[in-house]
Design a protein around this ligand. Structure first.
Ligand code: SF4
Length: 476
């Protein structure tokens, strides 16, 4: 663990600089992994994954597991959605899915026998609460047959909830079933905005679910918001923030809506003339940061805020924060085993992804095989850059000395080209650089993706620069 650079404590956590953002905003990855998922390739297969699990075992399997379960179904389509989901009211589809999912869990369970302690579980989607109580109970019992769970106070067991799909009783059951954290999709409280994105979610319903989660003893309640949606403006955003702050969640995520109708079909239903301008979006972001920091939330990084006593903020202060496919996490060294259609695992120095279509996913499992269809084995260079990007994303600083001690490199020589670019960013006020530390400034924190992009070898291959960046969302 790198020693925290105490000089950081002297500056404010995040500073909004509209001119700098205007100048530097560009398309770029969100770095929930490095290499990013678009670099995975079809040459990577089940054999490579099995080899990765074997090497984890050979190394003594020191790390606990983080288990991700993907439930792809949703009842309604939210027009802004860019997730891998299946919108259907045909409930029997979930029944069929669960039979295959359990077979995949059997295969993963056998593979990890003897090194199967889970400290982190996350149910994501789609809508995990598309499953009813009985289906959820049965699925969890099946997972517990194969995996050992750390105690409730030591483990982080979370589920994404669509408040429209649950009652207070359901929330209590989820707690009894072992979940101790919830994340609620809200996006915006304004009825006109909700109508424009086809997600009608009465305020009372959301507040009732938050209260129910609190009463049921959930350790952390998180709310997801989006800025940049149609019909949003500064007034509606301010009203939504009033309500969110009054609801007092432990964590708040505010995502920038990336309108990419060429990539995501459902976004074509959004009227472009109802979208806020780039300038209004910037103002909304500035407002969110000001209101939430004034309300006592800490800026964790990349769209995330948390109360100072929340585990995420504590982990960040202790240099233990980690970034993975679900955003930020407190369990840095876990092997991530993911099940379900399109799910991505991170085991040893590999990433592997399951088939993205239900048909393909079912077919592989029918053949008695794990449904892995693509992935990547990290080279030493990838591992080194992954660590750097993780450190910057999570701690906003990089100990060059620690890196040189852990790897046989001279930072100045190995990253000669990157250093030239970093110096340009330093001149713009995004970071401070000396021979021992790279420190992101309060202004640079909002543009952290720009800084990480300097270290992304794939993105900086000359022939790819223009073409590749077109498929990413804007950094702000
Ligand atoms: S935003 Fe969530 S609930 Fe809406 S369609 Fe996407 S995955 Fe489903």
């Amino acid at each position: 663990m790198a020693v925290p650079n105490l000089a950081m404590n002297a500056i404010p956590a995040v500073q909004f600089d509209a001119e700098l953002i205007r100048k530097l905003t560009q398309q770029g990855p969100r770095y929930t992994s490095y290499p990013t998922a678009d670099r995975f390739n079809g040459n990577f297969g089940v054999g490579d994954y099995l080899q990765a699990v074997n090497s984890v075992r050979a190394m003594g399997a020191r790390n606990p597991l983080s288990l991700y379960v993907h439930i792809p179904f949703c009842e309604h389509l939210c027009y802004y959605c860019a997730c891998n989901k299946i919108v259907t009211k045909v409930r029997s589809k979930a029944e069929v899915y669960l039979t295959y999912l359990k077979r995949e869990i059997d295969m993963q369970g056998k593979l990890f026998e003897g090194m199967n302690t889970v400290e982190q579980l996350h149910f994501g989607g789609g809508t995990p609460t598309y499953l009813n109580d009985a289906q959820m109970g049965d699925l969890l019992a099946h997972i517990r047959k194969w995996f050992k769970f750390a105690t409730d106070d030591a483990g982080e067991y979370s589920i994404e909830i669509d408040p429209r799909t649950v009652s207070a009783a359901r929330i209590r059951t989820l707690r009894e079933q072992g979940f101790n954290r919830v994340s609620l999709g809200v996006q915006d409280f304004d009825p006109d905005v909700q109508k424009a994105v086809n997600r009608i979610q009465p305020e009372e319903k959301t507040l009732e679910v938050i209260q129910a989660a609190r009463d049921a003893g959930f350790r952390s309640i998180s709310i997801d918001l989006i800025y940049g949606l149609p019909k949003q403006n500064l007034i509606t955003m301010n009203q939504t923030l009033n309500k969110v702050i009054a609801a007092n969640p432990d964590r708040i995520s505010i995502y920038n809506y990336a309108h990419m109708p060429a990539l995501f079909k459902s976004q074509r239903r959004i009227s472009e003339d109802e979208l806020p301008s780039g300038e209004t979006k910037l103002d909304m972001l500035s407002l969110c940061i000001r209101r939430l920091t004034e309300a006592g939330y800490v800026y964790i990084g990349m769209d995330h805020f948390a109360k100072p006593d929340d585990d995420l903020a504590i982990a960040q202060r202790h240099g233990r924060l980690h970034r993975n496919f679900q955003g930020y996490s407190t369990h840095a060294d876990a092997e991530m085993v993911s099940v379900g259609v399109s799910a991505i695992s991170a085991v040893g120095s590999t990433y592997s992804q399951n088939d993205k279509t239900l048909e393909g996913y079912y077919e592989r499992i029918e053949q008695g095989e794990l449904p892995i269809v693509r992935g990547t084995k990290l080279s030493l260079d990838d591992v080194l850059r992954r660590i750097i990007i993780q450190m910057l994303m999570c701690n906003f600083e990089l100990s060059i000395r620690s890196l040189e001690l852990a790897y046989p490199i001279s930072f100045a020589t190995y990253f000669q080209q990157e250093l030239a670019k970093l110096k340009e960013l330093e001149a713009l006020g995004l970071l401070k650089l000396d021979s021992e530390w790279l420190t992101v400034t309060a202004k640079g924190r909002l543009l952290i993706r720009n800084i990480c992009m300097v270290f992304d070898r794939y993105l900086n291959m000359p022939q790819e620069i223009k073409l590749e960046r077109m498929k990413y969302s804007k950094t702000i």
